[in-house]
Design a protein around this ligand. Sequence first.
Ligand code: ARG
Ligand code: ZN
Length: 471
Amino acid sequence: MHRKVIAPSVLAASLLLVIPASAAGSAAGTPGIGDPYYPASGNGGYDVSHYDLRLKYQPATDLLEGTATLLATARTDLSRFNLDFGLKVSEVRVNGAKAKFATSGVHELEVTPAKPLPKNTQASVVVKYAGKPSEFKVDGWSAWQRTPDGGVAAQEPEAAAWWFPSNDHPLDKATFDVSVSVPDGTQAISNGVLQSQTSRLGWTRYNWRSNKPQATYLATLAVGRFDITTDKTANGLPVLNAYSKDLGDNAGAARASVERTAEIAEWLEGVFGPYPFNALGGYVPNVPSGFALETQTRPFYSPRQFANGANTSVVVHELAHQWYGDSVSVEGWKDIWINEGFARYSQWLWSEKEGEGTAQELAEWTYGVRPAEDPFWQVKPGDPGPDNQFHAAVYDRGAIALQALRNEIGDEAFFRILKGWPTERAHGNAKVSDFVRYAEKASGKPLAALFDTWLYTPGKPAFGPPAAAAA
Ligand code: ARG
Ligand code: ZN
C-alpha cells in the first residue's frame, strides 16, 4: 500500500529542475517536505493554517467536485509551490488572481502565482476540481474505498490526495471546515463538530468543523447511508457516532463497541490527561477493508473489527491515538512508534483494568509467543523503514518497550510520563528521541540503553518480570 519511495538521485534531479534561473531572490518551493520515508509527501516553502473544503459528491457516479480554499504562509520568497493532489483541477487562484498550474510526478500539483509570494506573507489559494476518487491510483493502490452507497477516504500515511489538495504531511497541521453536499437520504461524515445540516433541491449539505490543528491524513470523509447517534459527555463535548445502515451481522457489535466511546475517552483522560479536541465519536462505514484509523475526533472502524462481537480494545486503541498520534504527531514517519507503541500499550492498560490480564502479563505473553528466530525481532520499532511502518513489531515490541520502561522506572514515574508527554506536547510534533529525553528527565534515570535495546537493536532482547517481583 505504500507509494514507491523515490530514489534520492531522482529527487535531487527534480529539485534542480524546479529552481528557476530567472527569478532572482524568489525560488520554487520543494515538491517534498523532506521526509526520508516518503520524499514526495508534503511540500516545502509554505505552511497551511486552514483548509476550507466545499464539495459535492454523487454516490451513483463517484463524482467528487468542488472548491478548496487554503490559507497559507510563505516561508520563503516563493515563485512557485506544490500541492499534493490526484484529482483533475480546472482553476487555481492565488490571492484572487488566476495562477498557472501543472501536474507532475505521482500526485504533485505545481502552482505558479501571477506574482511571487514574499516571505512571511499570507496567501489564499483557491483550487477548483472534479474527479472520481476511485480512479486515482498510486502504484495501483487507492486510499478511497467506494461502498455500495458512497465512499470513504481513510488511510495512513496518506489519504488526502484522493479528495483535497494539501501539504500532505503531519508536520503541517491545520484547522478544517469541511462542507459536503450529498443526495437527500445520504449522509456525509467528517471530523469535529457538525455545525449544521441543510437540505434543498434534493441535496443535503453537511458542515463540519475541526478547530484544532489536524494532520492531513487524519482528515476524513465518508459518504453513505448512516444511522447517527448523538450525545454530550459529562464535560459537554458533543459525541456523534455513525453506523452504515448496511453492516449486516456486525451492526450490533459495532454499536456495542463504538457507543462506549465517551466512557473509554473518560478513562483515557485519567491516564493521558485532558482530551485534546472539541468533539468525540466514531464511524463504521460498509467498507471491505479490515483496518481501523484514528481519524481526528472521529475514528474510522472497518466492520470486520466487530466480526467476533464487541471490540472495545480497538476503540481504546484509536481513542488513545487522539493523544498519541493526533495531538502529538510524528515529526517524520520513522517516528511512528510514538503513535503505535502507545496505542497498543493503552489496550494492555484497558485489559489490566478490565481484569483480562495485566500489561506485564500481556507483554510476557507477546514476548513469549515469538521465538528468537522470528523475523519479527529484526524490525526496529524506532526506525522500521517505510515498508515496515505498520509492522507488528512497531506495535507489539513497541509496547513491550513501554512495559520494560515501566519496570525500570516504577509506576509513579511511568504514569506521570504517560500523562505529562501529551499534555506538554499537545498539538505539536515529536521525534522518538524527544520522548527518550523526556522520559530520562522526568524519571531522573539514564534510559538510552533501554531504548537502544528495545527500539533500535535487531534481535530478541531479554525480558521478564520486574526485578522487585522476581523472587
Ligand atoms: N494507525 C492505524 C492503526 O493502527 C494503522 C493503519 C494502517 N493502515 C492499514 N491499511 N493497515 O490504528
Ligand atoms: Zn494505531
